[in-house]
Design a protein around this ligand. Sequence first.
Ligand SMILES: [Zn+2]
Length: 466
Amino acid sequence: MSKSIRSATAALAGLALVGGLVASTPVATAAGAADRGVPRGDTLFPAQGNAGYDVRHYGVVLGYDPATNHLDATTTIRSRAHRELRTFHLDLSGLTVDTVLVDGRAATFERSGHELVVSPAKPVRGGFTTTVGYSGTPSEHTDADGSTEGWVRTTDGAIALGEPVGAMTWLPSNNTPGDKATYTFRVTAPSTVQVAANGNLAKKIAHGTDTTWVWQARDPMSTYLATVAIGTFDVYRSSTTSITGRTIPIWSFADPSADLPQATRDGLKDVIRFEEKLFGPYPFTSAGMIVDNAHVGYALETQTRPFYPGGVGTSTLVHEVAHQWYGDSVTLRDWHDIWLAEGFATYAEWLWGARHGDQTPAEHFDDLYRTRPDNGLWDPAPRKFIDSEDLFGSAVYDRGAMTLQVLRERVGSHDFFRIIKAWAAAHRHGNASTRQLVALSERISGRELSPLFHTWLDVDEKPAGY
Ligand SMILES: [Zn+2]
């Protein structure tokens, strides 16, 4: 998510504190909730997700009418249960659930808050398939910092934006970043509009006055990075060549009212090339952008095809594309490690700026260190916030990037770039934690680095002596 734009919405913080977002509930305690006996995944959003099973694939079939914002949907979810489950839950807020099948047999279900609690006709173990038929008008979701996500209405359709929890407004899912899956989106809408989603466009089928767009996201993806955008778009198709020699197809969608000049579309290729040299091969099978008139006040790194509101600034482009390595391919397992996404993407902006005549990362660091006495940067520390309102606070971005600069100064540029490249390679398409980054950094550099990371990420005060 782009900080420069997102921070504009921080002024709205506190307007709407969404229930159940308090981070202090330990995972072990959350596990005892209700009679499901299934531990949850995340410390910041313990009510989201279900650790009792692992989703392998979402087959999402949507019928959408932009005129009414009505959705008619069937999502088929292939999962694997870690042990026998008599009930399990999916996250789904709003909408009307019409049917739930488990392995083809009707299951009983109930709605409880944003949970769809499913009781199969017989307990599931090992692989099982859940099919949810649902319909209605999806809703937007207001975050603790006052910003909007979920199924966001635009002037000519809608776009799904899911960070951190908004996927539940349109996709019944195991809505926690630690459960990645592949996706197929089959979206049918009037032929007068276009449909973008994650991954590769497999086919477009016209029938009557409608067209079905089939997108395949073959690389694992967390729910918060899934998107579907429906509306009137100019569609740009091109490709670029990876440093591996592989051709990366590019699909970009821009609302006709948006500013997406050729230079910006070429800029995407320049940014991918620049970041591949620093971070290693581009991790996905396609690239692109979605520029839409959803005025949410932030850009978002929706996988393979980031979303930009209205227009695309260069540093925002650099930021969201960097997330394809750090955030999308290597994804935090727990939201308290969000700095692994935002600190790296901010550092990528610093690297790009230095290459193009702006400040060096060391100068960025010095500026922030000298001129930011306010608590926003120092308390809470990047991994120590307890309110989801601080999930996108400046500590996560700026102190996160400062942590990387301190690491670079400690181990030297040579080892630093070996570390961040190895990090992208070692956890490609997976989930990872700060502890694993510390271990990797120590292994590559041969130095003890736990105190450095601890000081910069976990201590609620300005680190001394830098
Ligand atoms: Zn970001």
